[in-house]
Design a protein around this ligand. Sequence first.
Ligand code: ATP
Length: 279
Amino acid sequence: MEVLCPAKINLFLHVTGRRPDGYHDLFSLMAPVSLCDRLTLRFGVPETGLTCDHPLVPENETNLAWRAADLFFTALGQYAPVHIGIDKQIPVAAGLGGGSSNAASVLMALNRHYGHPFSREHLMRMGLSLGADVPFFIFGKPAIATGIGEKLVPYENVIHYHVLLIAFEFSVSTAGVYKNLNLGLTNCKKIIKSFSLKKQGFDVAHYLCNDLETVTASDYPDIILAKKSLVDHGAKGALMSGSGPTVFGLFSDAETAEKTGRSLSQNGKWAVYLANLIG
Ligand code: ATP
């Protein structure tokens, strides 16, 4: 069985509080994008295993996809070995939610294979124990996420921009970025307020904002350089996704996005991917 696992971007991400358990409360507009990992599940194998073509991704029971399979079979009350193959296209530890998307896809694929024993809501609850972004990938469409990311309300009005993603060779630790965030210095409050007043009818490109951006960019100034390059080439807006370091730019037309992609990929500092918002 083959499935595609999309990446996500945060069109805005406001951190509203820190919980005693270390998690953070968010107010974020999340959208899936068409840059995808490809997952192959094989049943009827002698034992459970996992292979991945990316050196930073563990090929053992700590992999989020493997953990998702374990969780599913525990909830099902029966166990069958499965082999998971991951063809990684989504940059790793890059703010694009690749591991969470793999986990969500495993839960959904196994649920389909076993005749839908669990509802979508049940799978989302299961997924939350693997990571705060997993429920979003099961939800599968643009959404306003609150709580730690598990409370999701569909957001229908996302304009279908062409998206250029700029990914760096370095990766960042999400936990480290949150640790260095000064909650007194978050700068998205104003933008979120104007969003709340307008609700559905607004152009996301005018409201791009991420409280984590200054934290990550203080260590990696190339993030600011990448954003500037995107805007200089005609992006309607640019932002770092999640805890970074990946930066995205929104383009109204495919031609400008493609041309910019070609031009910016000549810079040896980063890799460029062209995608679409899924919704
Ligand atoms: P986070 O969920 O921390 O925001 P991210 O979206 O930035 O992460 P991921 O690509 O999900 O980044 O990887 C985070 C870490 O999870 C990596 O360092 C990697 O070792 C580990 N990991 C475990 N399983 C996977 C997987 N299936 N795909 C990618 N990374 C995985």
